[in-house]
Design a binder for this molecule. Structure first.
Ligand code: PXP
Length: 249
C-alpha cells in the first residue's frame, strides 16, 4: 500500500502569517525523501491553504506522483487541465467547512462529474472520485468511467466505539472489494492516523492512503521526515502482517 502525504496543513500554517514559511513545496520534497510515494494537495476555490503557485511548483518538482484534490468547478478544472497532475481526485467542497466533510453526491452530480471525467481523459489524466463506501455510488463511479475511487474513511476514523469502528471498517472493506471487482483502482483517506491505520493497511484492495493532519501534527514534535517514516514503516509492517508475533515454541 502506497503512502500519499497531504501537505495542505503546511500551507495553512504559512497562511496564518501570509508569508512564505513554511513552504508546502519543501514539505513535499522532505516527505518524498522520507518514503512518501505520492504528494496530495487540495486547491480550494477560496485558496485558504494551497495556492496556484504551489500547484505549479509541485507539478514541476514532485518526483513521485502529484494527486490534485479539487471540486469539479470550471475555474479549478481549467487549472488542472493546464497543470496535468498524475491523478485528479474530485471532492465536494463547501466554503464553511473546516475540511472535506463527506464523499461526493455522485447521484445528484452525475452529469457534472461525468463531463469533468471526460475532459480529464482527453488529456490522459486519470480521475478518482471521493466516495462514501456505498454500493450504488461505487457502481455509478464505474458507469461514468472513473478510474479510481477514494473511499472516505472519516466515519471509521470518527467512530466512538469499537463496535461502530468495526461496522465502518466492514463497509470500507466491502466497498474496496466491490470497486476492485469493477476494475476501479482504490485509494482511501480522511482521518487516518498512527492508531487507526492498522486494519486499513490490511485491506489488500486499497492501493494508496492519503494522510495529512495526523502526519503534519506529529511532525510539529518529531520533524516531518521522522513523522513520514513512522507512518511508512507502519504501512509496511501492518500490510505484511509483521506485527503478529510468532507463536512460542
Ligand atoms: N482525502 C481527501 C479527499 C481529503 O479531502 C483529505 C483532507 O484534505 C484527506 C484525504 C486527508 O485527510 P486527513 O488530513 O484527515 O488525513
Amino acid at each position: 500500500m502506497r503512502l500519499g502525504i497531504n501537505i495542505d496543513h503546511v500551507a495553512t500554517i504559512r497562511e496564518a502569517r501570509g508569508g512564505l514559511e513554511p513552504d508546502p513545496v519543501t514539505a513535499a520534497h522532505i516527505a518524498e525523501f522520507a518514503g512518501a510515494e505520492a504528494i496530495v494537495c487540495h486547491l480550494r476555490e477560496d485558496r485558504r491553504h494551497i495556492n496556484d503557485r504551489d500547484v505549479r511548483l509541485l507539478r514541476e518538482t514532485v518526483k513521485t506522483k502529484l494527486d490534485l484534490e479539487m471540486a469539479a468547478t470550471e475555474e479549478i478544472i481549467s487549472i488542472a487541465l493546464d497543470i496535468i497532475p498524475d491523478l485528479v481526485t474530485l471532492v465536494p467542497e463547501k466554503r464553511q467547512e473546516l475540511t472535506t466533510e463527506s464523499g461526493l453526491d455522485i447521484i445528484g452530480n452525475r452529469k457534472t462529474l461525468q463531463t469533468a471525467i471526460q475532459r480529464f481523459h482527453k488529456k490522459d489524466i486519470p480521475v478518482s472520485l471521493f466516495l462514501d463506501p456505498v454500493d450504488e455510488y461505487i457502481r455509478l463511479a464505474h458507469e461514468i468511467d472513473a478510474d479510481f475511487i477514494e473511499i472516505h474513511t472519516g466515519e471509521y476514523a470518527n467512530a466512538r466505539t469499537i463496535q461502530e469502528a468495526s461496522e465502518q471498517l466492514e463497509k470500507i472493506r466491502h466497498g474496496a472489494e466491490l470497486a476492485r471487482s469493477l476494475d476501479l483502482g482504490v485509494n482511501a483517506g480522511h482521518g487516518l492516523n498512527y492508531a487507526n491505520i492498522k486494519p486499513i493497511a490490511r485491506i489488500t484492495e486499497i492501493e494508496e492512503v492519503s494522510i495529512g493532519h495526523a502526519i503534519i501534527s506529529r511532525a510539529v514534535f518529531t520533524g516531518l521526515e521522522r513523522a513520514v517514516r513512522d507512518m511508512a514503516d507502519l504501512l509496511i509492517r501492518y500490510s505484511n502482517n509483521d506485527d503478529i508475533s510468532a507463536p512460542e515454541d
